[in-house]
Design a protein around this ligand. Structure first.
Ligand SMILES: Nc1ncnc2c1ncn2[C@@H]1O[C@H](COP(=O)(O)OP(=O)(O)OP(=O)(O)O)[C@@H](O)[C@H]1O
Length: 229
């Protein structure tokens, strides 16, 4: 589903590459934690999958296509197949829960009837039934992250990328969010999650890829967090 072949990414003006000769294969339906100290290259890895950046050398494949070679007009189609969730939720503050989730479908031109069936179904799946009319600031942090996950998943993407999704949440709330991501993964969606949350990684026992200074230093099935901050 995702393949990195000897990928190096150097940002202009930076002495050291953010990623250096990284080769990784992620199969469809896998759940992968990306761990590593701050600055080790986790976000860069995720952004290359979205083609927010191109590699300086090497190749990135998503669903069999080398995305560096995709024509610019095909990039939105690629991104449509990848849901994204971030630490800071990134909801539209002046729109209700329902409108936030519906918006993700409207911008890609989904017919109204489909929007009207998919949005409530997805809100129910993430445990937000009955809260569709609230504004984001009328929700707890955990609920706001559920809205963000609903928005990322409502289009049933093949890949879900989560960059520190529990970074702003307390441990109990984080467990609920992880259960939800696990459920989404069980529908067949490939999940990649960058995290500093040792407790969660140790609890879930999924594949762990550890980056250090832009290199993969560990790739472990049913792994643990296992590095010192
Ligand atoms: N847009 C950019 N321009 C220049 N350098 C960048 C840019 N983005 C990241 N870097 C550098 O690339 C390296 C890897 O950064 P990256 O954000 O991928 O790390 P990270 O593991 O996600 O860190 P964190 O855990 O703090 O989010 C760092 O040295 C960082 O300073």
């Amino acid at each position: 589903m995702i393949r990195f072949e000897k990928v190096t990414k150097a940002y202009p003006g930076q002495a050291r590459s953010a990623l250096e000769q990284v080769s990784v294969d992620v199969e469809k339906g896998e759940f992968v934690f990306l761990v590593g100290a701050s600055g080790s290259g986790k976000s860069t890895f995720l952004r290359l999958i979205l083609r927010e950046y191109r590699p300086s050398s090497g190749r990135v494949y998503v669903a069999g296509k080398e995305i560096n070679r995709l024509a610019g007009w095909k990039v939105p189609r690629l991104r449509r197949q990848i849901g994204t969730v971030f630490q800071d939720f990134r909801l539209l503050q002046n729109k209700t829960v329902t409108e936030n989730v519906a918006f993700a479908l409207q911008v890609i031109g989904k017919p109204k009837a489909q929007v009207e069936s998919l949005v409530p179904e997805t809100l129910e799946m993430v445990g937000l039934e009955g809260k569709g009319d609230r504004l984001p600031d009328e929700l707890s942090g955990g609920e706001q992250q559920r809205v963000a996950i609903a928005r990322a998943f409502v289009n049933r993407p093949m890949i879900l990328i989560a960059d520190e999704p529990t970074g702003n949440l307390d441990p109990n709330t984080s467990v609920g969010i992880m259960k939800l991501l696990d459920r989404i993964n069980r529908t067949g969606t490939t999940v990649l999650m960058a995290t500093h949350d040792a407790g969660i990684v140790d609890q879930m026992r999924k594949r762990v890829i550890e980056l250090e200074d832009g290199h993969v230093v560990r790739d472990q099935a049913r792994g643990i967090y296992g590095y010192q901050n």
